[in-house]
Design a protein around this ligand. Sequence first.
Ligand code: HEM
Length: 145
Amino acid sequence: MKIYSFILAILLSFNTAVHAQTGAASLYQDLGNEAGISKIVDESIIIFLQDARIKDTFKETNIPRLAQLLKEQFCVISGGPCKYSGDDMKVVHQGLGINAAQFYALAEDVQIAMDKLGISSATQNRLMALLAPMKRDIVFPKPRT
Ligand code: HEM
């Protein structure tokens, strides 16, 4: 009898693992796959560059490169079949002096872009939940003077 419950436990955990995988893949699908993510990023960047709270940070940024890398990154974190070829988040953002308000401003702009593209708020929230923990690699405490 014991062996049956053991096999059952293995089958159940396999089932959970499969669900976890398809769950991740479905955010990528819900965002509209590669084409949908591409639109989200392009639309977001237009908004970043008009947003007085953050636009100056991007003055010297290679925008086509940023767009490409954000597309790769959103694809990866949403469970899509991509590779991120950019630099480490901490290394990239350290020294840019980004504060928490600016982090939230950028996240809000991504949501405005998704609203514009008709992405449901449930799907938006799933992407936001994946972006939120990146704050610790983007906003650094001010050095003591
Ligand atoms: C979850 C939020 C964020 C994500 C996922 C993110 C992602 C990225 C990625 C993938 C890159 C390209 C990395 C590379 O060049 O190799 C990048 C660069 C950059 N990000 Fe962010 N970022 C976030 C938040 C922010 C915020 C809040 C700001 C400013 C308000 C910002 C400003 C920049 C700038 C200026 C660059 C270009 C740096 C350079 O070219 O040296 N980022 N970011």
